[in-house]
Design a protein around this ligand. Structure first.
Ligand code: FAD
Length: 257
């Protein structure tokens, strides 16, 4: 169905509403699907919430919610679905804490309800987190903690199992070669482009938002070079662009409630 209300979005910007909706969906929907969170799921969820607390450039009210949850999760060794739902209702150790209960898609709004939305926002969230991690410690080349967390999250929780299998295939093939945080930013960007190439023109492609090799020239004119008639990425320019696109100051607060 076509959305009744169209939220105007600028493709040059990120939207806090999408990012908060992604977090809401991971915690309130995907992590809440399990009757019981076993060791592996719990370990993954702890890592995921910990990297959100560390790197998500969120509003104070949302960061307080995440800190509460992180604090609650840390000592747990097993968690039932009802305990998880109870924890999400929020004990408010830190007051002024909140996370949306329903999603609002802005930059990720699809032309029909079956398009875009959550998967779009999950990509956006993890690109943002890899960049925030890289800019938080630019001088150190130590490896990323965000990328392996995304790998585990997708493997254990992402509802699209076919997507999770494809992603795990790419991760198993080359993620071990990523040695730095900048490398993690570029790995995720290049693998996302592979997914875009594979999905272009398929039924999951929103005709109003066709899958392209990203960023297009209009977003970054210096990211692509023509060498001997072939179009190539200039990875240094791409990295610079990604650090600016997925920066805190590029997050638009439109439609946050
Ligand atoms: P998305 O591809 O979701 O991208 C979201 C936004 O990110 C874009 O609007 C753009 O602003 C930006 N962006 C685009 N490309 C890049 C890039 N290379 N680097 C940084 N930012 C970029 N669907 C399937 O049908 N089969 C699959 O196997 C599959 N695997 C997936 C694996 C993962 C881990 C995820 C999160 C999703 C997967 N999906 C898969 C869903 C699919 O990739 C899209 O998310 C979905 O079709 C919505 O597409 P979209 O047009 O909103 O843009």
């Amino acid at each position: 169905t076509t959305p009744a209300f169209w939220r105007v979005a600028d493709r040059k910007r990120l939207y806090m509403a999408d990012l908060e909706s992604a977090i809401m969906y991971t915690l309130r929907v995907e992590a809440a699907r399990f009757l019981f969170l076993d060791r592996e799921h719990l370990f993954t969820l702890k890592q995921y919430v910990a990297i959100l607390v560390k790197y998500f450039p969120g509003r104070l009210i949302v960061m307080n919610y995440l800190r509460n949850l992180d604090h609650w999760l840390r000592p747990r060794t097993n968690v039932s679905n009802s305990e998880w739902e109870e924890a999400l209702r929020n004990k408010k150790e830190l007051p002024y804490a909140w996370l949306p209960e329903t999603p609002t898609w802005v930059g990720c709004q699809g032309s029909k309800s079956e398009y875009r939305g959550y998967p779009c926002s999950l990509w956006t969230l993890f690109h943002l987190l890899t960049v925030q991690e890289a800019v938080a410690s630019p001088r150190f080349t130590s490896s990323s903690e965000v990328l392996p967390t995304m790998r585990r999250y997708v493997h254990y929780f992402f509802g699209c199992r076919e997507c999770a299998d494809h992603f795990e295939g790419m991760a198993a093939e080359s993620m071990h070669r990523v040695k730095s945080k900048d490398g993690a930013v570029l790995w995720l960007w290049s693998r996302h482009n592979r997914v875009n190439a594979r999905l272009a023109g398929t039924k999951s492609d929103d005709p109003k938002f066709p899958k392209i090799q990203w960023p297009p020239h209009a977003l970054c004119w210096s990211c692509q070079l023509i060498i001997n008639g072939r179009r190539m990425w200039d990875e240094r320019a791409v990295l610079r662009f990604l650090k600016s696109h997925f920066s805190r100051r590029n997050i638009d607060m439109a439609y946050v409630t």
